[in-house]
Design a protein around this ligand. Structure first.
Ligand SMILES: Nc1ncnc2c1ncn2[C@@H]1O[C@H](COP(=O)(O)OP(=O)(O)OP(=O)(O)O)[C@@H](O)[C@H]1O
Length: 285
């Protein structure tokens, strides 16, 4: 049955001529603000229009990159694309000439030094592992937990249960539980890389920057590293720079290809590796 009343339709003014009720406009503005706010809250690392020149050469050129909370992102690109310089900028080692770099909403990283940025919860793993070779695996983790305590104090102080359980958790994550008493010097190259990742985890970073973690690893170690980083990324954001495409595929995350200091292509590995520009400057080489 058609219960519409044609008479009332003819008398009702057309919607387009009715100006919206002030509350409706306010509500629309509020919703837009909430959406923008929640987007901001979801963002952990925000780079916008970042540029850095060395002697007139733009190593980073109008780079924009957004990493969400809890996201793992793989960064690929040819040598000299600016991957290391990008990480140097995020960690405060290098100051950008222009652009915005924000962490966790409103922390302006361009205004902070390396130590302050590390304290904010940004941990970086360089390509070459730097562990305390003479100490056991477990003590390496303990020393990293210690923070401001002296090294001597860290090794001598009474072990409390909470600390021990944190160390055990890190050893399990980094597949080093059975190696806890082994001197770091006796670990394989891959295990040393995992130990260093564990030492970073001891500092509870919200964002981990990892530079070429699988370079020099065996295939089995490479596969295990992909699993390990995926586990870590359940509770933190991870940005991993890597040339090994098998490894990047195993990560199964969004990929950003840098070239000449800017984003050349971004998306799934399939999308990025099918991009003719990426094939031309990187994958096809
Ligand atoms: N401190 C510096 N002084 C001068 N030039 C620099 C400096 N740091 C980086 N560059 C230059 O900036 C460009 C980008 O270098 P960067 O190391 O960031 O590239 P990358 O993508 O990390 O390369 P790779 O894959 O080889 O590590 C290169 O041409 C490099 O020579």
């Amino acid at each position: 049955m058609n219960d519409r009343n044609p008479a009332s339709e003819t008398t009702r003014p057309a919607q387009s001529v009715v100006s919206p009720h002030p509350y409706a406009t306010q509500r629309a503005a509020l919703l837009a603000e909430q959406a923008a706010g929640s987007k901001r809250r979801d963002t952990l690392l925000y780079l916008n229009g970042v540029t850095k020149s060395f002697d007139g050469f733009k190593a980073i050129n109008n780079l924009s990159l957004v990493v969400a909370k809890g996201e793992m992102r793989a960064i690929i690109g040819p040598n000299g694309a600016g991957k290391t310089t990008m990480m140097d900028i995020v960690t405060g080692k290098t100051r950008p000439d222009e652009g915005e770099v924000y962490f966790a909403g409103d922390v302006d990283l361009t205004q902070e030094d390396e130590a302050a940025i590390a304290n904010r919860g940004i941990g970086r793993k360089f390509q070459k592992p730097t562990v305390f070779e003479g100490h056991s695996v477990e003590d390496n983790i303990r020393l990293s937990l210690a923070g401001s305590r002296s090294i001597f104090g860290a090794l001598l102080h009474r072990k409390d249960a909470a600390e021990q359980s944190k160390i055990d958790g890190i050893l399990a994550t980094t597949r080093l539980g059975e190696k806890r008493r082994t001197p770091a010097a006796d670990l394989s190259h891959g295990q040393k890389q995992w130990l260093e990742i564990g030492m970073l985890l001891a500092q509870d970073p919200e964002l981990l920057l990892v530079d070429e973690p699988v370079a020099g690893m065996t295939d089995a170690e490479t596969e295990e590293t992909a699993r390990l980083l995926k586990e870590i990324a359940r509770t933190r954001s991870v940005v991993v720079v890597e040339h090994d495409m098998h490894f990047v595929r195993a990560l199964g995350v969004k990929v950003t290809c840098l070239h000449e200091g800017s984003v050349l292509s971004e998306g799934s590995l399939d999308h990025v590796s099918a991009d003719p520009r990426v094939v031309e400057v990187y994958l096809g080489r």
